[in-house]
Design a protein around this ligand. Structure first.
Ligand code: GLC
Ligand code: GLC
Length: 621
C-alpha cells in the first residue's frame, strides 16, 4: 500500500471530526475555501515529511489504541533547567526516571520564550525553536528518540491561547500590519473591552489586573487574559487555526508524543460570558485533534482546563463530541478533593463530587491524575456541591485557603497565597506537596509523629493517583518530598509569583542517596513501590470503569475499579486515626481475597472489622 493511500484512509476516518467543525467555525469567512485547501495541503506535506520511524509508531498505536491507558503509564513533570540544566543533561537522568517507573515525561515549556519574565516559559516568541538556554530542536528530537528507545513518551507544551507580544505575528501586528492585527484581539477604543470585562474573571488580579492592556503607542487595547506580555490569539480567524495546526504538526514530526494544550478554556470570546469553555472551544479542539490524527496519528492531546467538575468533562468531548476531543485532561477536581478531605478529615464532599459529576467511564480518553503541579491550587468547589454536604461554598473555600496557607489554627500545612481576588474573595494557594502535607512544619518542630503523618499523607496521595484511573503525574521533586523553596522572593522576575515557591531545583544528592529511614527516603521508596505495584494490577487499566462509592465510614474514601477479571476495591483513610470498615461491607463490594495488591500483603480483620491505619490505603481484589 502506498503511503499516500494511508493518508487518504486517515483523512476519511477523521473527516467527520474536521470539516463540519471548520464549517461551523469559519464557513462564513470570505477566505474559507482557500483556507480548507491550504489546510489539506499542509496536512499532506506534514505527513510526507513525517520520519518513517514515527510513521511506524503511528501504525503501532493504531493497533494498540489503549497504550496511554495502561497501568504501566507513569508520568513525571519537570522544568528542564531546574531538573538537569539543559536537554543534554536530561539524557543523563533517564536512568533515574526509569528507576522510578516513569514512562511519560512532560518537559515544562521548552520552546523559545520572550526574555525576562516569561510566565515560566508560557510566553512563547518562537514555536519552531527550543529555548536556546536548553539546547536546540535537534537536541529535542534526540531526547525524543532516547526516550522512545526506553519505552517512554514525550509531552511538550503547546500554548495556543496566546503568544508572547514579542512573537513575530505580534510584532507585525504592532507595526500596523492589518493581516496580523487580525491574529489578535485588538480594539481601537475601550468600549468593547469594558463590556467584556463586566463578565470576565481576572486570572492574575494581583500583578496583571484586568483582561486588556492599553498600548498608547499603538493606540490599541489588546486582549491579555493572563499577563500583559501574553497576547490572546483570535481563534475566529481561520489563519490562526492554520498556523497553529502547522506548528503542532511540526512538533509532532520532531518526535513529540503528547501535546499539552495550554489554557484551552479561554480560546473563544463571547460578549456577556466569562469567555471560558464556550462551545466553539470544543469545535476547535476537536478539529485540531483530527488534524494530528490524520498526519501524525500517534500523537495525543492533553487539554489543560482547570475548571469546575461539569465544565471539565467537556474537554473529553460531551454529547456529539464524546470521545473525539482531548485524549487526556487534568483531573483537577480529584486533586482539589484530596486536599479538601485531608484538611477536614472527612471524605463526604470528595465522594459526593466525584460520584455525582464524573462518569464511570470515558471514551477514548483518560485522566491525567496528579496531586501537585507547577501551578497554584484553585478551590474549584461549587456552592451547590458544598451545600449538598451542609457547608457553604464560600466558607469552605476560605477555610481551605487558610488551612493551606498555614494560618488556620492547628493546620499542618505551610503554603502561600496566590492571586487573592478581593472582588470574588477567591484565594488560590501555592506550595510544595511535602510542605502542604505537613512535612516542613513537622521537621522544623522536630515532631516525629507529624513527620510520620506527612510521609503517609504523601504516599496516600500517590496511591490515590496511581489507582483512580488515568496517567499519574509526579511533579519534580515531590518524590523526594522537597519542601517550599523561598528563594524565589529574591529573584526579581519571580518575586511577584508565589508559584515559584514550588518550582525547586532538583536535589540530586537526595534523589540518588537518600537515607532510607529519612522522610525523603521513605517517600521515594514508597512512591517507587506504588508504581511497581500499579504496573502489576490489570484492573487499574484506564479502560475499566471507576465507581466511586460511599464508604460506611466518612473518614474513608472508596472506589471500585470494575474490571471484567475482577473488581478492585480501593480504600483510603484520610485521617491520622485508625478507622474501621466492616468486612461484610467489603465482601458485598466483591472483595474475596483479603490480600492487599498495594502492599502485596494480607490484610487481617478482627471481629468482622477491618481497621485501616492512619492514612492507610489498600487495593483489594
Ligand atoms: C496555564 C499554565 C500556567 C500559565 C497559564 C498561562 O494555565 O499552566 O502556568 O500561567 O497557562 O499560559
Ligand atoms: C487559571 C487558569 C488555569 C491556570 C492558572 C494559572 O486558573 O484557569 O488554566 O493554570 O490560572 O495560575
Amino acid at each position: 500500500m502506498k503511503t499516500t493511500d494511508i493518508f487518504d484512509l486517515r483523512m476519511n476516518r477523521s473527516a467527520p471530526d474536521l470539516w463540519p467543525m471548520l464549517e461551523a467555525l469559519y464557513g462564513a469567512h470570505p477566505d474559507y475555501g482557500s483556507f480548507c485547501e491550504d489546510l489539506i495541503e499542509e496536512m499532506r506535506k506534514a505527513w510526507k515529511a513525517r520520519p518513517s520511524d514515527l510513521k511506524e509508531l503511528d501504525l503501532k498505536r493504531d493497533l494498540e489504541p489503549d497504550w496511554f491507558q495502561r497501568p504501566d503509564m507513569v508520568g513525571y513533570v519537570f522544568y528542564i533547567d531546574r531538573f538537569a540544566g539543559d536537554l543534554a543533561g536530561v539524557l543523563d537522568k533517564l536512568d533515574y526516571l526509569e528507576s522510578l517507573g516513569v514512562t511519560y515525561v512532560h518537559l515544562m515549556p521548552c520552546l523559545k520564550p520572550r526574555r525576562g519574565d516569561s510566565d515560566g516559559g508560557y510566553s512563547v516568541m518562537d514555536y519552531r525553536q527550543v529555548n536556546p538556554a536548553y539546547g536546540s530542536m535537534s537536541d529535542l528530537s534526540r531526547l525524543a528518540k532516547a526516550l522512545r528507545a526506553r519505552g517512554m513518551s514525550l509531552c511538550v507544551d503547546m500554548v495556543l491561547n496566546h503568544t508572547a507580544k514579542e512573537h513575530e505575528w505580534a510584532r507585525k501586528a504592532a507595526k500596523g500590519d492589518p493581516a496580523y492585527q487580525e491574529y489578535y484581539l485588538m480594539f481601537d477604543d475601550e468600549t468593547l473591552p469594558k463590556q467584556y470585562e463586566q463578565t470576565l474573571v481576572e486570572i492574575f488580579p494581583d500583578n496583571a489586573p484586568g483582561s486588556f492592556t492599553h498600548y498608547p503607542n499603538l493606540n490599541k487595547w489588546v486582549w491579555t487574559t493572563f499577563n500583559e506580555h501574553q497576547w490572546d490569539l483570535n481563534w475566529a480567524n481561520p489563519q490562526v487555526f492554520l498556523d497553529i495546526a502547522k506548528i503542532m504538526l511540526f512538533l509532532a514530526n520532531k518526535g513529540v508524543d503528547v501535546l499539552r494544550l495550554d489554557a484551552v478554556a479561554f480560546m473563544w470570546k463571547r460578549l456577556g460570558t466569562r469567555c471560558q469553555s464556550e462551545p466553539e472551544v470544543h469545535k476547535i479542539l476537536r478539529a485540531l485533534r483530527a488534524v494530528t490524527r490524520v498526519s501524525a496519528a500517534s500523537v495525543l492531546h492533553l487539554e489543560e482546563a482547570i475548571v469546575g467538575p461539569a465544565e471539565m468533562l467537556t474537554y473529553f468531548g460531551r454529547g456529539e463530541h464524546d470521545g473525539r476531543e482531548g485524549n487526556l485532561a487534568y483531573h483537577n477536581n480529584l486533586m482539589v478533593q484530596y486536599w479538601s478531605a485531608l484538611a477536614t478529615r472527612d471524605t463526604r464532599l470528595m465522594t459526593h463530587v466525584l460520584k455525582t459529576h464524573f462518569p464511570e467511564h470515558l471514551t477514548n480518553a483518560t485522566y491525567a491524575t496528579y496531586i501537585r503541579c507547577h501551578d497554584d491550587i484553585g478551590w474549584a468547589i461549587t456552592d451547590e456541591d458544598a451545600a449538598a454536604i451542609g457547608v457553604t461554598g464560600h466558607g469552605h473555600r476560605g477555610f481551605l485557603s487558610d488551612f493551606y496557607e498555614g494560618s488556620f489554627p492547628g493546620t499542618f500545612a505551610r503554603g502561600a497565597l496566590f492571586q487573592f481576588n478581593e472582588e470574588t474573595g477567591d484565594k488560590r494557594i501555592s506550595g510544595a506537596f511535602a510542605s502542604l502535607a505537613g512535612l516542613e512544619q513537622a521537621k522544623e518542630a522536630g515532631d516525629t509523629e507529624g513527620i510520620e503523618a506527612a510521609v503517609n499523607r504523601m504516599l496516600l496521595g500517590n496511591a490515590l493517583i496511581a489507582s483512580f484511573g488515568g496517567v499519574p503525574l509526579i511533579y519534580m521533586g515531590d518524590e523526594i518530598a522537597m519542601t517550599n523553596d523561598y528563594r524565589y522572593m529574591s529573584v526579581p522576575e519571580h518575586a511577584h509569583d508565589s508559584r515559584w515557591l514550588h518550582r525547586p531545583h532538583m536535589d540530586w544528592d537526595m534523589a540518588l542517596a537518600a537515607d532510607p529511614e529519612s522522610p525523603e527516603g521513605r517517600v521515594l521508596a514508597g512512591t517507587r513501590y506504588i508504581f511497581q505495584r500499579r504496573k502489576l494490577v490489570p484492573a487499574i487499566h484506564g479502560r475499566h470503569p471507576t465507581r466511586v462509592i460511599e464508604a460506611p465510614n466518612p473518614a474513608v474514601f472508596a472506589f471500585m475499579r470494575l474490571a471484567p477479571t475482577g473488581t478492585l476495591l480501593c480504600l483510603f483513610n484520610f485521617t491520622e486515626e485508625w478507622q474501621d470498615v466492616p468486612v461484610d461491607w467489603m465482601r458485598m463490594r466483591g472483595v474475596e481475597n483479603f490480600h492487599d495488591q498495594l502492599s502485596d500483603g494480607p490484610v487481617s480483620s478482627e471481629n468482622g472489622t477491618f481497621t485501616l491505619p492512619p492514612y492507610g490505603r489498600v487495593w483489594l481484589v
